[in-house]
Design a protein around this ligand. Structure first.
Ligand code: GDP
Length: 314
């Protein structure tokens, strides 16, 4: 592999950002490009909000709220308090004041016809991030959740307002009209020495990326090995609704289910030591400790995955 390895990572929010921080702290640091889910993006209070992009940027910039894993550490919530107290607005989506500053700028940029790709790059630079952060596409491709008891709802209605409690019957990935893979994403995939799929939620964070028209074909055409890391450890998700969704969709909660879901996309899978061994035709697997509890563990998971992939490429 190249001296300074080029790694492209398909990634969602809080879970994915743990791996991203590990990769960014490797020595020597690889040339990192994150291709981020924008299926969670939405307009709220007149503002364009990109939760996964922002979580990743705040994490890599070292300003993320360490308890929540999203938002800015020690942020105030004066604007939300004003909305609630003075205007009786239901402030179900938590937005800190400094976080709002970014949404204001992004909304202004979008109105001025700046692309989300260019805006994100400019903000990432401003925040001192050296990795490249790319939205999965420019067109809006909002994820919609079909629930058993409450009909269809937007992603944030399901995820934040209803705290992912409704039972999922089906997930629909954005309207594909006019959506395409942006040129910088194409280039990153074509030039990568390694493509990784972060241990993000396969159904809510990675599937929307794979649903961008042309994305699967580009991945298939990429010469680099493609490796996913399990989000399931010991028969459960580490955090969030991944396991609950699998049960609701009638799937076994296992790493094998995740690997099968990525069938045709990946050629390597990093399972966790705590999971029962499985094998699948045509898929290389390894079992590592993938639990990322602190920075040291995040770096270790990034390094171990790279070492493994290097071993079977060379
Ligand atoms: P979200 O967009 O904020 O929901 O975050 P992601 O989709 O990026 O990540 C959620 C997934 O990350 C969940 O399925 C978790 O099981 C997984 N996850 C969180 N922490 C870890 C960890 O330390 N190790 C592994 N292997 N997976 C993790």
């Amino acid at each position: 592999m190249a001296l300074r390895q080029k790694i492209a990572v398909l990634i969602g929010g809080v879970g994915g950002a743990k791996l991203a921080l590990g990769l960014a702290n490797l020595q020597p640091t690889p040339q990192l490009t994150f291709i981020v889910n924008t299926g969670d993006d939405f307009w709220h209070l007149g503002l364009k909000i990109c939760p996964d992009i922002d979580t990743l940027m705040y994490t890599l910039a070292g300003v993320v709220d360490p308890q929540l894993g999203w938002g800015i550490a020690d942020d105030t919530t004066c604007v939300l308090a004003g909305l609630r107290r003075r205007y009786a607005i239901d402030t179900w989506f938590k937005l800190g004041d400094q976080d709002l500053a970014l949404h204001l700028l992004r909304t202004e940029a979008m109105r001025g016809e700046v692309s989300l790709t260019d805006f994100t790059s400019a903000i990432a630079r401003r925040l001192g991030i050296t990795a490249t952060i790319l939205p999965m596409c420019e067109a809006e491709m909002p994820t919609t959740i079909h629930t058993r008891d409450h009909g269809e709802m937007s992603f944030q209605e399901y995820f934040v307002r209803r705290r992912w409690q409704p039972v999922i019957q089906r997930v629909r990935y954005g309207s594909r009209q006019a959506a395409s893979v942006p040129a910088p994403v194409r280039e990153a995939l074509a030039k990568a020495d390694l493509v990784m799929i972060a241990p993000s939620n396969p159904w809510l964070s990675i599937a929307p990326i794979l649903a961008v028209p042309g994305m699967r074909e580009l991945l298939a055409a990429a010469s680099a090995p493609k490796v996913a890391i399990t989000p399931v450890i010991g028969g459960d998700a580490v955090k969030g609704p991944t396991a609950k969704i699998m049960r609701e969709l009638g799937l076994a909660v296992s790493a094998r289910t995740v690997a099968s879901y990525y069938d045709g996309v990946i050629d390597g899978f990093v399972d966790d030591l705590r999971n029962p061994h499985f094998s699948m035709d045509g898929l290389r697997t390894t079992r590592l400790d993938t639990l990322m509890t602190d920075l040291e563990r995040k770096v270790a998971v990034a390094q171990d995955t790279l070492d493994w992939a290097r071993g079977w490429v060379s």
